[in-house]
Ligand binder design. Structure first.
Ligand SMILES: CC(C)(COP(=O)(O)OP(=O)(O)OC[C@H]1O[C@@H](n2cnc3c(N)ncnc32)[C@H](O)[C@@H]1OP(=O)(O)O)[C@@H](O)C(=O)NCCC(=O)NCCS
Length: 477
């Protein structure tokens, strides 16, 4: 353990044990009241203020951690309906934060070595967590590196990490997507890749860093978590903390949104997610309607054969439809040709004819598509961010023998919407899932305002199990 690591460990141990003790007491002792906890905390403040001399560092850390645990416990109790005014960090809370954050430091990520540490930081919080799904390090690095991601032709970004006593305790990215600002008429910076240990001071310092950076660039507000584009992970989980994330989604602990709200961030918009049970048969009626549409209009499903055909013949039109149909959705911005090429290379190389469907009109022109993929959640957890030595094998097995499907993209050309084109996509995807033995599908994030896409699940057995949020804050000059 590093010379400083023991401090962090000590803090964590004491904090958790005091908190557990308080929670147990609250559960078992009907006479224990909020005022009792407050009184003890008052004494702890006095102790902390008066007894500096002669106290060893471990004792100081233990006291600060005890105070932090009491603060946390009281705030949680208050939040659970004791009718107190909204939580404000007391001067003592700040002291407690300082007690464990004496050398809290924010450092800009300045080289590839530090960027790798930035990418690996979430393992410090989530390693072994069954709900968290890591990214592949290489994917993250390719997105974050200026020399790799064509988004940098029109975007700016900086990354920072927080360290306490030399140990990493948080990370954040600040980005400016100029085409998005131009399109939506905004002057906003984005934050993303945000992770921090359960310590308000760390979250505060990280967000303040991005706020100051955004202000220095003449911007008026911040929103996030977002990526450079819609293809990066976005949104902060606010519901569904016991659900397994997907390849496309972030996982975070409940204290993240609590801290953001305490820092003045408010909801901008939410995405919701569904888990859908694969129906074991496709209703006859739906198939009959489909036949009728095909007979009358010539619209039909095109069975593409291999990746060469998909990438060579269909990819360009597919992205054109995507850009056209997704343009009204939150945060989207036009993609450059280089970005489109990069996404084609990254994503379309993995798709499988069984699980990606395309629909064409009578002239054979692409009018709609649906891209789904076997869930890689478990495989990514096993790979722990790396393809070698065995990560690739976990991913290959998951792709070959799926049990859960992830829905990624679905779109129908506007002039063909509401005409049943989507039925071809849904029924054929459904049939492939049945054939492959898939029982469950994950919708992945759908904007709460996107009623069209939610309409697709009308007749299915489903549950809405997650909700993730974009937060926003105006920056005062
Ligand atoms: C989402 C989208 C693909 C839906 O297509 P659409 O043509 O608008 O879908 P509609 O709801 O009008 O459905 C048309 C008909 O298809 C059929 N249909 C819809 N869902 C179906 C399903 N799951 N299975 C079988 N048939 C279905 C129905 O006959 C429906 O008619 P009805 O509403 O009278 O029952 C389309 O609106 C779109 O491209 N939106 C923009 C892109 C987008 O938002 N993508 C999702 C991002 S998360």
């Amino acid at each position: 353990m590093s010379t400083n690591g023991w401090r962090e460990q000590k803090h964590q141990e004491v904090f958790e044990s005091v908190l557990r003790g308080l929670e147990r007491r609250r559960a078992l002792d009907p006479g224990f009241e909020l005022s009792d906890a407050r009184n003890t905390l008052k004494h702890l403040y006095i102790q902390e203020g008066n007894d500096q001399e002669g106290r060893g560092e471990p004792a100081a850390i233990a006291l600060a951690s005890t105070i932090a645990a009491y603060e946390h416990f009281i705030a949680e109790w208050k939040d659970a309906g004791q009718g107190d005014s909204p939580r404000e960090p007391s001067p003592a809370a700040k002291t407690a934060d300082r007690g464990v954050a004496m050398s809290l430091e924010i450092r800009r990520v300045a080289n590839l070595h530090e960027l790798k540490a930035f990418v690996r930081f979430p393992y410090r919080i989530y390693s072994g967590d069954p709900c968290w799904v890591p990214t592949l390090d290489l994917d993250d690095l390719n997105t974050l590196r200026r020399d790799k991601n064509p988004a940098f032709e029109t975007c700016e970004a900086e990354y920072w990490m927080a360290y306490r006593d030399g140990s990493p305790v948080g990370r954040i990215a600040g980005m400016i997507n100029h085409p998005a600002n131009a399109k939506w008429g905004t002057k906003l910076a984005r934050f993303g890749w945000i992770d921090f240990v359960e310590d308000f001071a760390v979250a505060e310092a990280l967000l303040k860093t991005v706020e100051d950076w955004a202000r220095s660039k003449g911007l008026e507000g911040l929103h996030g978590p977002l990526g450079f584009t819609d293809f990066d992970r976005e949104g902060m989980l606010v519901e569904g903390f016991d659900e397994v994330a997907t390849l496309a989604t972030n996982y975070n602990r409940p204290y993240y949104p609590q801290y953001l709200e305490r820092l003045g961030y408010a909801k901008d918009i939410d995405w919701i997610e569904y888990q859908i049970h694969t129906p074991s048969v496709i209703p006859e009626k739906v198939l009959r309607v489909q036949e009728l549409i095909a007979k009358r209009s010539g619209i039909h499903l095109h069975e593409w054969k291999n990746k060469k055909e998909l990438i060579g013949k269909w990819a360009k039109d597919l992205f054109a439809i995507l850009e056209e149909t997704y343009a009204h959705l939150y945060g989207t911005a036009p993609l450059s040709q280089k970005q489109v090429q990069a996404y084609i290379k990254t994503y379309l190389g993995f798709v499988d004819p069984r699980f990606t469907k395309i629909v064409v009109d009578k002239e054979g022109k692409l009018i709609g598509f649906g891209i789904t993929m076997p869930s890689l959640s478990r495989a990514l957890q096993r790979a722990r961010g790396r393809l070698l030595p065995l990560g690739w094998l976990h991913l290959m097995l998951a792709l070959r023998r799926p049990t859960v499907m992830d829905m990624y993209l679905i779109a129908v050309k506007p002039e063909y919407q509401s005409r049943g084109v989507v039925a071809f996509l849904m029924t054929s995807l459904n049939q492939s899932a049945i054939d492959a033995g898939v029982k469950i599908a994950e919708s992945n994030p759908e904007l709460e305002t996107n009623v069209e896409v939610q309409g697709l699940w009308k007749g299915y057995e489903k549950r809405q199990h997650k909700r993730r949020r974009i937060y926003t804050k105006k920056l005062l000059p």
